[in-house]
Design a protein around this ligand. Structure first.
Ligand code: GLA
Length: 367
């Protein structure tokens, strides 16, 4: 759990924004809710000097001092690079300098690296193995393995986040090379349709996630763009059901109270962070209603019901819950995690949800 600069600041991010995010993570109670990492995404890089050492650009005058500042708040700090010559933003990346960069990150006190494929495709994969997809895949895996080994050789624990947009099933090979999380999709955007496509496409990947190695359906857009509060709730719910990394991506310094309430909902965070680490999946979909469930430690069950219909209030309704499709029998006592109130789920009960809104229920003793 943490925060990443890309979704809100993109290429404009500065040292000041990172400090502001760290301050706000603490001041807003997000740190207390479990958010730990402050991750700098692309555009911090300048050029290499004659020794190959990569320098930071004017937006980041002193990375070691920035890392010290973030650490002084009891937080951890992440950074970004890639295996090619250039990052996605066109800045210097790590090709041929993997050990040197890893050592520099460790010297600065970096705790997390997001490693983004981008120019490695034309720079290396397509050059070394034109028209040979299988060979290109082997080259890509070797590049991620190289950085993973370079990070390990520093002796500093550094979370390794693979960003290659879910191509070539990273869930099958990333854990073995020490990947802690791997993107499963292309980029998210602050738009309900994109969030829904990404989130609901994760069904089937649940068997690859577990403690220490997670599917990453990209960072949170909660509080960004024109997302409604219902959409923010549904987005956060779905990511929690998916045991996804929760990397907030909004401007924490101007966050509205209702957005903060979503990002710091302790019950929903507890679903995401459940110790069993079992990713949830689709129980069934009916019309435009998606019903997902997630097994939790202690035998508990989380059930989310999301109304994906675009127009009109309650446009897909009445929707009647089918408990048998959730493996449940008879009335189930639970807690509605968005109202905080007790709720009983009964066979065939009608559930009214506004457009793109969600009901999330935790059942401690499902029957
Ligand atoms: C890619 C990644 C994004 C972000 C940008 C930065 O698009 O998928 O998450 O890191 O690059 O340039």
């Amino acid at each position: 759990m943490g925060w990443n600069s890309w979704n809100f600041f993109a290429e404009k991010v500065t040292d000041k924004d990172i400090r502001g995010a760290a301050d706000s993570l603490v001041a807003t109670g997000m740190k207390d809710a479990g958010y730990v990492y402050i991750n700098i995404d692309d555009t911090w890089e300048a050029e290499r000097d004659s020794t190959g050492l990569l320098h930071t650009n004017a937006k980041f005058p002193d990375m070691k001092a920035l890392a010290d500042y973030v650490h002084s708040k009891g937080l951890k700090i992440g950074i970004y690079s890639g295996p090619g010559n250039k990052t996605c933003g066109g800045y210097a990346a790590s090709l041929g300098h993997e050990e040197q960069d890893a050592k520099m990150y460790a010297d600065w006190g970096i705790d997390y690296l997001k490693y983004d494929l981008c120019s490695f495709i034309p720079d290396v994969m397509e050059k070394q193995a034109p028209n040979d997809k299988a060979a290109q895949m082997r080259i890509m895996i070797a590049a991620y393995d190289k950085m993973s080994k370079a990070l390990k050789a520093t002796g500093r624990p550094i979370v390794f986040s693979l960003c290659q947009y879910g191509w070539d099933a990273p869930w099958e090979w990333a854990p073995a090379l020490g990947g802690n999380l791997w993107r499963t999709t292309g980029d998210v955007s602050p738009d309900w349709d994109r969030i829904a496509v990404i989130g609901f496409s994760q069904a089937g990947l649940e068997k690859y996630a577990g403690p220490g190695h997670w599917n990453d359906p990209d960072m949170l857009e909660v509080g960004n763009g024109k997302l409604t509060m219902a959409e923010n709730r549904s987005h956060f719910t779905l990511w929690a059901m998916l045991a996804a990394p929760l990397l907030a991506g909004n401007d924490l310094t101007t966050m509205k109270p209702e957005v903060k309430a979503i990002l710091t909902n302790k019950d929903v965070i507890a679903i995401d962070q459940d110790a069993l680490g079992k990713q949830g999946t689709r129980a069934y979909a009916e019309g435009e209603v998606e019903v997902w469930s997630r097994h939790l430690s202690g035998g508990a069950l989380a059930v989310s019901i999301i109304n994906t219909a675009d127009t009109g209030r309650y446009s897909t309704h009445p929707f009647h819950l089918d408990l048998a499709k959730l493996g449940l029998h008879g009335p189930q006592k639970g807690k509605d995690l968005w109202t905080g109130k007790p709720i009983e789920l009964t066979e065939n009960m009608p559930i009214l949800l506004d457009t793109h809104d969600v009901l999330l229920v935790r059942i401690d003793a499902p029957k």
